[in-house]
Design a protein around this ligand. Structure first.
Ligand code: HEM
Length: 322
């Protein structure tokens, strides 16, 4: 599947995708949520991320994946951002989250610091993560789109087992993906479109060497397989590159092949469906209104942040590391 395997091949066109299907909002979210409480929110985030990505465009991939891992486990509630606590290890300790980029967590907290300095503690970490994922897509050459806002941050994180149960492994075939994602109300088009998130970023060899060793996946192009073997000479190589069974099988399986092909020949269609999928994903089990809280530090829930007011004071006067 050409569009999913290319490392850092940037989305090559832009334009604000206008959608009606995706404009269906869950209760409590809105397109204008911070218009009066933090009108500069989106420009603060975008301007900062432009600088971050100029230094390292790889961080765009890290932020996009972070939002996906946040939303799929317990909803888009910023729970993946929480460090573990006395009650046990957090979601970050679950195997699929071990390869999230450490820098992505730091970028979110830096953005939160900048936004809260300007507007006060009114914007949630979950919303900052959703806006960052959108900007990651747009600033790497993909479509621009509006993100519904108004999420609150969760008070709890999921267990390691819950995290594992909600993030499909890269060895999944199409049947497994269809079943797993139908439970979250995604259809085949959403799944193919969202897998297009793999247009940017990288994977560690261990995420796909089961396709090379001990026997080579017969659906894999031979030249491509040889190139991958050069990057990953043994099954447990620590190098990085791309292409997972979960992506390849969307092309192999007759239920999704025509969707893959339709996106491959029509980028406008791919962008439109990708944006619909992203907006849908960004609304999974969100906390709104009086639910949850707005964290003063994205890594710690407020009740664990013993000297909350002094931390906020301290941060007002400090310059971030970014
Ligand atoms: C459909 C099921 C999915 C599976 C099985 C899957 C699996 C994976 C795996 C195994 C990696 C590489 C991890 C590593 O080895 O470092 C990865 C990377 C990535 N995934 Fe997915 N993913 C899925 C869906 C998504 C979705 C929905 C998005 C976003 C829309 C996404 C965005 C990314 C990005 C951007 C990267 C690169 C991260 C980086 O370079 O740091 N993935 N994915």
């Amino acid at each position: 599947m050409a569009f999913s395997l290319i490392i850092f091949l940037l989305f090559c066109c832009c334009g604000n995708v206008q959608l009606t299907e995706a404009q269906q909002l869950v209760q409590g979210l809105s397109w204008t949520f911070y218009d009066s409480s933090c009108p500069r929110l989106e420009s603060i985030v975008r301007n900062r991320l432009k600088k971050v990505f100029q230094d390292d465009i790889g961080q765009a991939a890290g932020l996009l994946r972070l939002h996906f891992h946040d939303c799929f486990v317990q909803g888009c509630d910023g729970s993946v951002l929480l460090d573990g606590s006395a009650s046990g290890p957090g979601e970050q300790a679950a195997p699929p989250n071990l390869s999230l980029r450490a820098q992505a967590f730091r970028i979110i907290n830096d953005l939160r610091r900048r936004v809260h300095r300007r507007c006060g503690r009114v914007v949630s970490c979950a919303d900052i993560t959703a806006i960052s994922a959108r900007d990651a897509v747009f600033l790497s050459g993909g479509p621009d789109y509006d993100v519904p806002l108004g999420r609150k941050d969760g008070l709890n994180f999921a267990t390691i087992n819950e995290t594992l149960a909600n993030l499909p492994p890269p060895s999944s075939n199409t049947g497994e993906l269809l079943t797993a994602l139908a439970a979250k109300n995604f259809d085949a088009t959403d799944i193919v479109a969202l897998s297009g998130g793999h247009t940017i970023g990288l994977g560690h060899c261990t995420s796909f060497t089961d396709r090379l060793y001990p026997t080579q996946d017969p659906t894999m192009d031979k030249t491509f397989a040889n190139n991958l073997k050069a990057v990953c000479p043994v099954a447990n190589s620590t190098n990085t590159t791309g292409l997972f069974t979960s992506d390849q099988d969307l092309y192999t399986d007759r239920r999704t092949r025509s969707i893959v092909t339709s996106f491959a020949i029509n980028q406008t269609l791919f962008y439109e469906k990708f944006v619909i999928g992203m907006i849908k994903m960004s609304q999974l089990s969100v906390l709104t209104g009086t639910q949850g809280e707005i964290r003063a530090n994205c890594s710690v829930r407020n009740s664990d942040n013993l000297s909350l007011s002094s931390v906020v004071e301290e941060e007002k006067g400090s310059w971030s590391a970014f």
